[in-house]
Design a protein around this ligand. Structure first.
Ligand code: ADP
Ligand code: MG
Length: 238
C-alpha cells in the first residue's frame, strides 16, 4: 500500500515558484528523508503534505484518498517542528494531550495514549513540568510524544534535531529509528545532516530549487550520485 502520493505538485508564493512538478510516493512503513540546501522548498513541501499550505496545482493523496480539501487535523498525519512549538503555559502531559482533547477523545483514551508515549520517550519524571523547565532534548521528546499520541499513519519531521547538540542529536536519532520500528508508521524526515539521512532513510529524496533532483536508497545515492550536486550532499568522496 502507498501511504502518500504526490502528483505534479506546484506551489507558488505570488510570482515565486517554490515547488515545481513534484512527483513522489511513500510506501506504508517507509522512512523517507528529504535533503537539499536551505530555501529549496523542503519545509514548504512538508506543509503542503500536512495541509498547512495549499498546493497551487497537483494532488496530495494519503492512504489512497485525495486530501487536497481535507483540513490538517483530519489527514491522519502529525508534524514535528525544529522549534518544538510547545505551549509554554501547559505541562508536558497537557501539551501531549491537547491534540487528543481537540479530537474529543474520551479521557480514558487520552490517559492511555499519553501514558504509553511518556513511557516510550522516558518522560515519566517530567509530566507535570512546563516546557521552560526542560532541556532542548526533553522538549523535542515532548513534541515527538505529542505526535505519537495522535497515532498518525504518517509522521512529518522538519529538521527536528538541528537545535540539539551533537550527543543529543545522536541519541534522539536512535530513538526516532526505534520509534519507526515500533510504530510501523511511515515517516518523512527533513535534515541537513548526512549521517541522519544515511542512517535513517529507506529512501532519500534530494531536492534542489523546488525540484526532485534524485531519489534512491542511501547506498544508491552514495555509490551512484546523478551529478556533483547530489554527490556534494550524499555521494562518496571519490
Ligand atoms: P527549506 O525548508 O528547504 O529551507 P522553504 O520551504 O522554507 O525552504 O522555502 C522555500 C522558498 O519559499 C524560500 O525561498 C522561501 O523564502 C519561500 N517561502 C516559504 N514560505 C513562504 C511564504 N509563506 N511566503 C513567501 N515565500 C515563502
Ligand atoms: Mg525548512
Amino acid at each position: 500500500m502507498t501511504a502518500l502520493t504526490l502528483t505534479n505538485i506546484n506551489k507558488s508564493f505570488g510570482s515565486v515558484e517554490v515547488l515545481k512538478d513534484i512527483n513522489l510516493t511513500v510506501d506504508d512503513g517507509e522512512f523517507v528523508v528529504f535533503v537539499g540546501p536551505s530555501g529549496c522548498g523542503k519545509s514548504t513541501l512538508l506543509r503542503v503534505i500536512a495541509g498547512l499550505e495549499d498546493a497551487t496545482s497537483g494532488t496530495v493523496s494519503i492512504g489512497g484518498d485525495v486530501v487536497n480539501n481535507v483540513p490538517p487535523a483530519k489527514r491522519g498525519i502529525a508534524m514535528v517542528f525544529q522549534s518544538y512549538a510547545l505551549y509554554p503555559h501547559l505541562s508536558v502531559r497537557d501539551n501531549m494531550a491537547l491534540g487528543l482533547k481537540q479530537e474529543k477523545q474520551p479521557k480514558s483514551v487520552i490517559d492511555e495514549r499519553v501514558g504509553k508515549a511518556v513511557q516510550m520517550l522516558d518522560l515519566n519524571d517530567y509530566i507535570d513540568r512546563r516546557p521552560s523547565d526542560l532541556s532542548g532534548g526533553q522538549r523535542q521528546r515532548v513534541a515527538i510524544g505529542r505526535a505519537i499520541v495522535r497515532e498518525p499513519k504518517l509522521f512529518l519531521f522538519d529538521e527536528p534535531l538541528s537545535n540539539l547538540d551533537a550527543a543529543l542529536r545522536m541519541n534522539t536519532r536512535i530513538e526516532i529509528a526505534e520509534l519507526h520500528r515500533t510504530l510501523s508508521a511511515s515517516m518523512i524526515y527533513v535534515t541537513h545532516d548526512q549521517t541522519e539521512a544515511m542512517t535513517l532513510a529507506d529512501k532519500i529524496v534530494v531536492l534542489r530549487d523546488g525540484r526532485v533532483e534524485q531519489v534512491g536508497s542511501p547506498m544508491e545515492l552514495y555509490n551512484n550520485p546523478a551529478n556533483r550536486f547530489v554527490a556534494g550532499f550524499l555521494g562518496s568522496p571519490a
